[in-house]
Design a protein around this ligand. Structure first.
Ligand SMILES: Cc1cc2nc3c(=O)[nH]c(=O)nc-3n(C[C@H](O)[C@H](O)[C@H](O)COP(=O)(O)OP(=O)(O)OC[C@H]3O[C@@H](n4cnc5c(N)ncnc54)[C@H](O)[C@@H]3O)c2cc1C
Length: 421
């Protein structure tokens, strides 16, 4: 650490230092728990406050996330945050995927650790409650303003103002909070895709018939980039995503034969839960935010756009980036310069973004031209291509890895063979 940083109070957060974390999702709770654990390792006592607008612990709020938690989530939570993974909340274990495109489908079962599927609201509440039990202050209110000074940051909330040495922005894609930082420090939120999400309870037999695989769809549509049906404990979560998806597009998606065939007894929709098939709207980041670090602030998870492009594993990335931010705050400092170490630590995500974007473009184009069916047929005869499809759909590997796996002479031969068959 440079002497200048220490002199300006922008060095590593010292004993007695104060952090305010805005947002109590996986990124926010993860940052709070990671800061506490890292500070203790370094023999420092710091004061951490999480500001969360929702009453997550009461389980009242709906979260649109499908709740599929991908590896290495368990290792991050247990080994890095030092929190037992909430296995009791796992409604289902996802054993694999079925990829559908252009009237073709392929089962993709990987050999790696399965993903866990659970109600996101319960996962978030569990992490936040653990933070509270460990002495981290949780302020149930919305942050309504941020004010940066040379020696401190003031965070205004709906009840009392808070003063901190550094602020962690873990507010996801909340537009209002993004605007506060845009005004205060020139932050620009990440570009995002929109999503429509709905639920369907097909009953016990229907759930058994559906099985434990996620069905992923690449429709031949100008507007839907991908769709998915995820089995949860007693229902199926159905979602579509694209630049601007809406209810008409979801109606159309649900009416397509490939989706109808995958949904058990769909004609009975509403029989088990009359409120089935109500539509909710959400957003995914699909690129990086701008100016997401600076003197006395750092953003993690969705707020930074630090997620895998196209098919993200947002919860895992939110926790991963919060751990990295905590380490930098305590070991390097809280200045724009010190946060360069945060950018360096996240290169596994940022360097993969161009590959993810290229993959997104190629997949959408191939699906729209009706060529994804050819890739699926080719993958039936090429283990490497099949593995690459699994890694892309499951988000178990980086896109760099996926592209390398797919670009082999054998895979090219299999694709040409399938094309001219
Ligand atoms: C339809 C859909 C399905 C998805 N499915 C999956 C999936 O299966 N698996 C997966 O890993 N990811 C999935 N994601 C992505 C995942 O939801 C996000 O990547 C993840 O939630 C990011 O975590 P975060 O902590 O950065 O932000 P968030 O989870 O968005 O948390 C932000 C928190 O900040 C709070 N907040 C915001 N502003 C303020 C304020 N001013 N004051 C106080 N509190 C504030 C909010 O209330 C919220 O609790 C999905 C996303 C969508 C839209």
């Amino acid at each position: 650490m440079s002497k200048t940083l220490q002199a300006t109070g922008l060095g590593p957060l010292a004993d007695g230092g104060r952090v305010v974390v805005i947002g109590g999702g996986p990124g926010g709770s993860g940052a709070a728990l990671a800061l506490q654990a890292e500070a203790r390792r370094l023999g420092r006592e710091i004061q951490i406050t999480v500001v969360e607008g929702k009453q997550l612990e009461e389980g009242k709020h709906h979260n649109l996330c499908s709740g599929v938690l991908s590896p290495p989530i368990m290792t991050l939570v247990e080994n890095e945050l030092g929190v037992p993974f909430p296995k009791h909340l796992c409604g289902a274990c996802v054993t694999g995927y079925v990829l559908h495109a252009n009237q073709q489908q392929i089962i993709l079962d990987g050999e790696s650790e399965p993903s866990a599927a659970m109600r996101r609201i319960l996962f978030d509440a569990y992490l936040l409650q653990t933070a509270r039990q460990r002495g981290i202050e949780v302020h149930t209110a919305r942050a309504t303003g941020v004010e940066f000074h040379a020696d401190r940051v003031v965070v205004y909330t709906e009840n009392s103002p808070l003063t901190a040495d550094v602020v962690v922005g873990a507010f996801g894609l909340d537009e209002g909070t993004g605007a506060l930082f845009q005004q205060a420090v020139g932050y620009r939120p990440p570009p995002a895709l929109s999503a429509i999400v709905t639920k369907y309870h097909p009953g016990k037999e229907g759930m058994q018939a559906f099985g434990k695989r996620i069905h992923a769809f690449l429709p031949r549509s100008q507007h839907i980039e991908f769709g998915g049906i995820t089995p949860k404990e007693d229902h199926l979560t159905i979602n579509i995503a694209g630049v601007a998806v809406n209810t008409d597009l979801m109606d159309g998606f649900l009416a397509t034969p490939m989706v109808r065939d995958a949904l058990p007894a769909f004609e009975n929709a509403g029989r088990f839960k009359p409120l089935d098939l109500r539509y909710f709207k959400g957003r995914f980041p699909c690129g990086l935010a701008r100016h997401y670090t600076g003197d006395r602030f750092v953003m993690v998870g969705d707020a930074a756009g630090l997620v895998r492009a196209f098919k993200g594993k947002g919860v895992t990335s939110a926790i991963q980036t919060s751990l990295r931010a905590a380490r930098v705050i305590l070991r390097e400092g809280i200045s724009a310069e010190a946060f360069r170490a945060y950018h360096a630590a996240n290169q596994d995500i940022t360097r993969d973004l161009p590959f993810g974007r290229a993959m997104r473009f190629l997949t959408i184009t191939a699906a729209r031209l009706g060529l994804m069916g050819v890739v699926i047929r080719a993958a039936e005869h090429d283990a490497g291509l099949q593995r690459a499809l699994f890694d892309a759909v499951s988000a178990h590997q980086s896109y760099t890895h996926v592209v390398r796996g797919a670009l082999t002479a054998h895979a090219a031969k299999a694709i040409l063979g399938a094309l001219f068959k």
